[in-house]
Design a protein around this ligand. Structure first.
Ligand SMILES: NC(=O)c1ccc[n+]([C@@H]2O[C@H](COP(=O)([O-])OP(=O)(O)OC[C@H]3O[C@@H](n4cnc5c(N)ncnc54)[C@H](OP(=O)(O)O)[C@@H]3O)[C@@H](O)[C@H]2O)c1
Length: 355
């Protein structure tokens, strides 16, 4: 029996990571998981089954502190790391050796630098063969990549991964010709960038795509732009399937979605569930105007408004390539596209919770 793939899940206190952790644990003995949490965040890690005890280790300082905290599965270890400390990251990734890094950090100033530090530490650890950056959006599109803040940082991360993979391949090749390879890259390093479009259930619960609670929506570019969207559970599954298909997903973008859907279709489904008796209040906006306003907000230092504006432009703007229908990897990963009935059922559940 082959040994389990050792996965380091980075940023596991966030919105997305619990869905990935849940699917990794559900996949059974094929994975051993180490959660890398920012120093002080270990106790907040979610989605770990409350059955057995976990080990939490801080590698934030040179003096490694070991302690047992919280609850987790036998196959999950929580390590607190200092992202600013190269040695802290290398130690966390090399002992015991990590095979795959799955990064789910949320955006903050320094997002690129932190992912770069993780990539550099993965190389130095010498054991990491695959890096999945914190993408989970639509960062393959050239127009999206030109947008600032998280989009630009994600784009820089992609470029750095390509560069690093090339350098690592050259080093591995050189080492293969040596009798003593030393401590340089020992295994070929590679990446997979998972594009999921919008987080369907998460965004609907928050009222982002359309507001199911208040029956309101800002219709972007007319409301008929098709946007790929994926439920959290599917994103978790997609990560697991990528790890089961390392060869086929090597050094490339992977596209997955549950459905490509428009805002007007979502409103139509909500009306059907409501029995058509609820009035919706909609306003229309051009995403070109939204983008202009977002740049203005950025100049004024209003990062939150700017970020939300750029996200709306990336999700609903004409020419931003957010409909993945013609390039899907669902078949490769064995993930079926979701039927309209299933989306309606998901929406019914969300509306029951919200209303
Ligand atoms: N397509 C979509 O609809 C959609 C929606 C949401 C997210 N996403 C993408 O999914 C990925 C994960 O997003 P998320 O919403 O799950 O992220 P998040 O919840 O905002 O944050 C995830 C993690 O980032 C860590 N973090 C935040 N600031 C940090 C800092 N300064 N230094 C170190 N760690 C820090 C947090 O750790 P602490 O607990 O220590 O703060 C947390 O564990 C991102 O790439 C995001 O853009 C896409």
């Amino acid at each position: 029996m082959s040994s389990p793939l050792h996965v380091a899940l980075v940023g596991a206190t966030g919105n997305l990571s619990p869905a990935i952790l849940t699917q990794l644990l559900a996949a059974g003995s094929g994975f051993k998981v180490t959660i890398l949490a920012r120093v002080g965040s270990g106790s907040k890690v979610k989605a770990v089954p409350p059955t057995t005890s976990a080990t939490s280790t801080s590698t934030a300082s040179a003096n490694t502190v070991s302690k047992t905290t919280g609850t987790a599965s036998d196959s999950v270890t929580i390590k607190e790391v200092d992202y600013a400390s190269h040695s802290s990251l290398v130690q966390a990734l090399s002992s015991p050796p990590v095979d795959v890094v799955v990064c789910t950090l949320g955006w903050f100033p320094g997002f690129f630098e932190t992912q770069k530090a993780l990539i550099d530490a993965s190389i130095e650890a010498g054991c990491v063969k695959r890096f999945l950056p914190s993408e989970f959006g639509n960062g393959a599109n050239a127009n999206v990549r030109k947008l600032p803040l998280l989009f630009n940082d994600k784009s820089r991360t992609q470029e750095y991964l390509v560069e690093t993979v090339e350098k690592a391949a050259a080093t591995v090749q050189k080492n293969n010709n040596k009798t003593d390879p030393g401590s340089e890259v020992l295994v070929p390093f590679s990446y997979t960038i998972i594009n999921t479009g919008s987080f369907l259930d998460w965004q609907l619960e928050l009222g982002f795509m359309v507001n199911l609670k208040d029956h309101t929506a800002t219709l972007y570019d007319g409301g008929d732009v098709r946007c790929s969207a994926t439920r959290m559970v599917t994103i978790g599954e997609a990560v697991v399937r990528v790890l089961h298909n390392l060869d086929a997903t090597k050094d490339r973008h992977v596209f997955v979605h549950d459905a490509a859907i428009t805002q007007n279709q979502l409103i139509g489904m909500a009306k059907k569930i409501d029995g058509n008796d609820k009035e919706w209040t909609t306003t229309s906006m051009s995403t070109a105007d939204v983008e202009r306003n977002a740049y203005k907000a950025l100049e004024e230092g209003d990062f939150m408004s700017a970020t939300l504006g750029f996200i709306s432009r990336a999700c609903w703007g004409q020419g931003f390539g957010q409909d993945f229908s013609d390039k899907l990897d669902n078949d490769l990963l064995g993930i079926p596209v979701t039927s309209e009935e299933e989306i309606e059922s998901m929406m019914r559940d969300i509306m029951a919770k919200l209303l």
